[in-house]
Design a protein around this ligand. Sequence first.
Ligand code: CMP
Length: 139
Amino acid sequence: MTERTFSIIKPDATARNLTGKINAVIEDAGLRIVAQRRIRMTEDQAKKFYEVHKERPFYGELVGQMTSAPVVVQVLEGENAVAKYREIMGATNPEQAAEGTIRKQFALNVGENSVHGSDSQENAKIEIAQFFTDDQIVG
Ligand code: CMP
């Protein structure tokens, strides 16, 4: 089934000029980038986005990292896009990520792990709506 997922190319990756290399992995996997914008995430946006993690010890560090440099927010479209993107991102911790995945190739550590992808279709819809209006997504 064709579906959409939400992606963020994180500050550690934009800072190292990796946007194009990461987009190449995404497109080579058959996912289409149907919306994309480079932004500086505000503290309020980052706090809201990661609200589910607010009780975790790394929440403050996470919000700090996400606001430390520009990010690229994206909508990806394709067959089973949520699961497919999670597969090509690799495990959250790059030490556990499979060979060839984005995080294995580019991530620095579990906090600076280069990309975010939605974990379910329900969350994809919520996350997409935080950054894009329907007319900004051109499939
Ligand atoms: P992401 O997929 O964006 O979802 C939550 C993020 O929290 C995760 O990627 C990591 O960047 C970050 N994270 C998860 N676990 C840890 C941890 N133990 N220490 C620091 N950051 C973490």
